[in-house]
Design a protein around this ligand. Structure first.
Ligand SMILES: *Cc1c(COP(=O)(O)O)cnc(C)c1O
Length: 489
């Protein structure tokens, strides 16, 4: 299967090229030429498999140049003892009509592991297939969770280095500690003055600097991305939508073939877009409910067709969703329009910070997506209420989705069973989760949350304070390129 850029359909790339390059040369995002379909009998077969086998089947549909044996090897290593749950992505049913898809049982306790434990295998194999002789440096801008997950995925992977930028003061204390104490010989981390969009723009500028790229080539390096603009990030995420559906059916609470809704806490639109691909492949999904925090640019977009990033940026207690430019939306726009229209929207976004889609695109969007948002008080309130009523503990991002789903159900009357996509362990945001429970964690929020909930602190988050801080730098946006240059010298 071929891939091309959302901004130019005429030039074709293989899957390996798309994954190795990350971003298309024209600044667009790679998309598959066609979307493979999973028919009823194939879906039934998936329901009889475990997570790893489901991943091999589904990813293989998009990766013709990769052999089955290769994919089996990747999956065996990506989803193994590094997960603290045998089902990898278990579905927790709260009641008959509501499930939580727990995507945080991996080594960094957030859903990014689902893709970033896999990406290093996909990427290094892709480099071999494309005959790339240079070594790859992964550049990451993170709102908190991607950075750590990418560092963990790429640490000490031969032929690679990884450098992560995060917004100074824009990530939780635990997220920061996870990154600045990162082990590995090939890793670098630095804070940037500004918010996530500043860090992401800074990284995009580096990617766009062709002189810098030429200098790096002389030194034997090239840059690639582990952000969700890389197709290799999106692809592994399609798997867990199928997996959740199958597990729901296997629980006996959903008839095979009946529709299921998904409510997804959304930032860069990568997670929810993977779900949309699953639906296009034939998964019986009713609607996707796009959940945002106070940075509600996507809520407005889905409700009105106007995307406008010219608005105040809010630092919230769900920091991984503090995003005003949702990169992956470009892929959906392309799927609903064409390359020229998409390029025009993106040009307007770059120039004016806003664009408006036409009525046809809006109605296509609204035929599948609903949207809502909630603020920090509502997020905390939801954590406390659900824990008091059911004993189920959620992190702040998942709580945003849980609240938005209940608002959606109340407003629409849609009682289709729904899965809340649970994107982080509650321990990763322990202080704010405790606040939701009406408690104060004091100096040791992890221990306090463990005591209050009766759940053990996940192993990767234990003793973080005792690990040596390796990376305490803070840079201006203008210094980012120089730092990468130094890192590769
Ligand atoms: C990254 C992240 C999100 C947002 O996912 P997108 O793919 O960027 O929409 C939500 N919750 C958590 C915990 C995250 O780490």
């Amino acid at each position: 299967m071929n891939y091309f850029s959302t901004r130019n359909e005429t030039k074709k790339y293989t899957a390996a090229q798309a994954i190795a390059m990350g971003l298309a040369p024209d600044g667009g995002l790679f998309v598959p030429e066609t979307i493979p379909s999973v028919d009823e009998s194939a879906l039934r077969a998936l329901c009889g498999m475990d997570y790893r086998a489901r991943a091999v089947e589904l990813m293989g549909l998009y990766l013709e140049e990769f052999s089955r044996e290769e994919l089996e090897g990747f999956v065996r290593r990506a989803y193994a003892e590094n997960y603290d749950h045998p089902e990898i992505a278990p579905l927790h049913l709260l009641d008959d009509a509501t499930g939580f898809l727990e995507l945080w049982h991996g080594p960094t306790c957030a859903f990014k592991d689902m893709a970033l434990q896999m990406l290093p295998y996909l990427l290094t194999a892709s480099l071999k297939k494309t005959g790339e002789k240079r070594q790859v440096c992964i550049l990451v801008a993170t709102s908190g969770d991607t950075g750590k997950a990418a560092l963990e995925g790429f640490k000490d992977v031969p032929g690679t280095r990884i450098f992560v930028f995060y917004p100074d003061g824009g990530v939780s204390a635990i997220q920061r500690l996870q990154m600045v104490t990162q082990a590995g010989e090939n890793v670098g981390v630095c804070a940037v003055r500004g918010n996530f969009d500043d860090a992401q723009t800074g990284v995009k500028v580096i990617f766009g600097d062709s002189q810098f790229a030429a200098r790096l080539t002389e030194k034997g390096w090239f840059l690639s991305s582990a952000n969700s603009i890389n197709w290799g990030r999106l692809l592994p995420q399609i798997v867990y939508y199928f997996s959740a559906y199958c597990d729901y059916v296997n629980s006996g609470k959903l008839n095979f073939g009946d529709r299921l809704n998904f409510c997804v806490p959304t930032g860069n639109f990568g997670n929810i877009l993977a779900g949309w691909f699953a639906k296009q492949m034939g998964l019986p999904v009713g609607r996707f409910i796009c959940a945002s925090n106070a940075n509600n640019v996507l809520t407005e977009f889905i409700q009105t067709g106007v995307y406008d990033k010219n608005r105040p940026f809010h630092n919230t207690i769900s920091p991984s969703m503090d995003i005003l430019v949702s990169s992956n939306l470009e892929r959906l726009l392309y799927m609903l329009t064409d390359d020229k229209t998409t390029a025009a929207y993106m040009a307007r976004l770059a120039k004016d910070g806003r664009y408006t889609v036409d009525a046809e695109v809006l109605s296509a969007l609204q035929s599948t997506f609903s949207a809502g948002f909630c603020d920090d008080d509502e997020t905390r309130g939801t954590i406390g209420r659900v824990f008091a009523e059911t004993g189920y503990l959620m992190d702040t991002h998942t709580a945003v989705a849980c609240k938005v789903l209940s608002d959606y159900r109340a407003q629409s009357g849609d009682q289709t069973p729904a899965v809340v996509v649970s994107t982080a362990s509650p321990f990763k945001f322990a202080a704010d989760v405790l606040a939701g429970l009406g408690a104060d964690g004091g100096a040791e929020p992890l221990a306090a949350l463990s005591e209050k909930s009766g759940m053990p602190i996940p192993a990767p988050l234990q003793n973080l304070e005792e690990r040596p801080v390796r990376f305490d730098g803070v840079a201006e946006k203008s210094e980012m390129e120089r730092l990468v240059d130094q890192f590769l010298s």
